[in-house]
Design a binder for this molecule. Structure first.
Ligand SMILES: NC(=O)c1ccc[n+]([C@@H]2O[C@H](COP(=O)([O-])OP(=O)(O)OC[C@H]3O[C@@H](n4cnc5c(N)ncnc54)[C@H](OP(=O)(O)O)[C@@H]3O)[C@@H](O)[C@H]2O)c1
Length: 257
């Protein structure tokens, strides 16, 4: 029997990350995922995935504002899993750590929240991918996906800090794809429109964003975490074998309208 592949996903206790680990587990992929504060929930998710899908699932603590934690994280994953095939850079900070980064342009504080968003978005993608690539090389290749958002293409209130860093991480993923192709490693981004999650519910103008999204969507509804998970899985699968350095926009048609 062919050895099961392994995906590493950051921030999978809730929202999009939770849907991503569900999708990979359902497809028979072993899952190593991280949490920041919700340890109990993370352990429950791991147990539940193992029971329902017969795969191996383990949860690890990671704070993406402490990039030095990526090395020990992957060393811990090495103890539990034989291989790493896919890496999904998904986790995102919120609350106090984004103060000075989530807000109007004139209120941005470059060395506070804005810098934190850079570390959590571009920094975490770079540090996580570097560790993942070392393992992917040993198994002859792999795939990396970073989460982005259409807030780097269209104006969203208070989103300048996040939107600009999503643009940066998309560009970084194209650089990575160009340099990692020779190792049979593909790198892509999935850029989501507004998706119904805790992160979105934390927006000060959540209700307005929701109504506007439904109005703008050609499909007349909000996006769900499953909508994003399917695209992430596709980009990691063999079906996407010649797709690299791309951003797949999953927005229900909201960006064009
Ligand atoms: N929601 C949207 O509308 C939308 C649209 C497009 C793109 N995205 C992107 O999709 C990704 C996931 O977003 P989401 O809406 O699913 O977020 P979410 O529901 O708020 O979940 C965030 C996840 O990140 C973890 N996390 C929080 N702070 C962390 C930290 N300091 N270090 C490590 N992990 C941390 C959380 O773990 P704990 O539960 O343990 O705290 C949780 O698992 C993000 O990159 C986001 O920008 C979201």
């Amino acid at each position: 029997m062919e050895e099961r592949k392994t995906v590493v996903v950051t921030g999978a206790t809730r929202g999009i990350g939770r849907a991503i680990v569900e999708k990979f587990a359902k497809e028979g992929v072993n899952v190593a995922f991280t949490y920041n504060s919700n340890e109990k929930l993370a352990e429950e998710i791991a147990r539940d995935l193992e029971e329902r899908y017969g795969i191996k699932a383990r949860a690890y603590r990671l704070n993406i504002l402490k990039l030095e934690e990526f090395k020990p994280l992957f060393e811990a994953i090495d103890q539990d899993f034989d291989r790493v095939d896919y890496f999904v850079s998904n986790a995102m900070i919120y609350g106090r750590s984004v103060v000075g980064g989530y807000g109007k342009f004139m209120k941005l504080r470059p060395m506070k929240g804005l810098l934190n968003i850079y570390i959590a978005t571009v920094g975490a993608f770079v540090s996580g991918s570097q560790e993942a690539v070392k393992r992917m090389k040993k198994v002859g290749g792999g795939a990396i996906v970073t989460l982005s958002s259409t807030g780097n293409l269209v104006y969203i209130d208070n989103y300048a800090g996040h939107g600009t860093n999503k643009a940066a991480v998309e560009a970084m993923s194209r650089y990575a794809s160009t340099e990692l192709g020779e190792f049979n490693i593909r790198v892509n981004a999935v850029s989501g429109g507004p998706i119904e999650t805790d992160a979105l519910r934390a927006f000060t103008n959540y209700q307005e964003v929701k109504e506007e999204t439904i109005k703008r969507s050609a499909l007349n509804r909000m996006g769900t975490p499953d909508d994003i998970a399917g695209a992430v899985y596709f980009l990691c699968s063999d079906e996407a074998g010649w797709i690299t350095g791309q951003t797949l926009i999953v927005d229900g048609g909201t960006t064009f309208k």
